[in-house]
Ligand binder design. Structure first.
Ligand SMILES: C[S@@+](CC[C@H](N)C(=O)[O-])C[C@H]1O[C@@H](n2cnc3c(N)ncnc32)[C@H](O)[C@@H]1O
Length: 205
């Protein structure tokens, strides 16, 4: 689980695990199933802590433009290779059996792309690809329609000064979709359409 302290390059920090575990515990307690995914897996630093949560019938969907950095419009996280990600995935998860990879520009991907790739809806999805306002909004719209009722979407860099497009994208998305709200913002921003409040003391990683 603790990929961040075991050398995977990237921008994910262990305290975020506690919130992920609380989301996962809510799903398990309520028998809610669904797949897991991330746009912008880079080397896997935030993908692996998500992928370890996958149950036996759950897929982890990895979306990244990988070697095609021409579509990385804001140059966030360069120098990533699909083979390196897959090797990291195998090292941590033990096999790539439940891994599905969409290599390409998330800006041409739709809700249907994600549902088809995984074979059904998602319960937790991380958005950390291109950070411009229009790209973040596109990813949010596409992913949110692919989520179960009771799902969680994490968004990185909500208040990062280098990525000023993320916050307006999220704020406008929330204004347009009142069924989604901010669930937690201690680490990565977490949005949810679940009728659930995080416990005061989330489970520890
Ligand atoms: C900031 S990095 C992700 C970091 C990673 N999630 C972590 O926590 O370590 C951004 C990633 O998004 C990918 N990316 C950027 N633009 C993209 C696009 N338009 N479509 C798909 N992936 C994109 C980049 O290749 C890069 O791997």
């Amino acid at each position: 689980m603790n990929a961040a302290t075991n050398g995977i390059p990237g921008w994910y920090y262990p305290p975020a695990n506690e919130v992920l575990l609380a989301c996962d515990a809510y799903h398990k307690a309520n028998n809610l199933n669904g797949h897991l995914g991330e746009i912008g897996v880079y080397h896997g630093r935030s993908a692996i802590p998500l992928a370890v949560l996958a149950g036996p019938d759950e897929i982890f969907l990895a979306v990244d433009c990988f070697e095609n950095q021409k579509v990385n419009r804001d140059q966030s996280g360069q120098a990533t290779r699909q083979s390196a990600f897959e090797a990291t995935y195998k090292r941590w998860i033990g096999s790539t059996e439940n891994l599905r990879v969409l290599s390409g520009d998330s800006q041409v991907m739709t809700t249907e792309t994600y549902l088809q790739a995984a074979g059904g809806p998602f319960r937790i999805f991380s958005i950390d690809g291109c950070h411009t306002e229009s790209a973040t909004r596109h990813d949010l719209e596409a992913v949110s329609e692919a989520m179960i009722q009771g799902g969680f979407i994490t968004v990185d860099d909500y208040t990062h000064p280098s990525y000023p497009g993320v916050k307006p994208a999220v704020d406008k998305f929330l204004a347009a979709h009142p069924e989604w709200r901010i669930f937690d913002k201690r680490c990565r921003l977490v949005l949810s359409n679940a009728h659930y409040e995080i416990p005061a003391e989330p489970p520890h990683a």
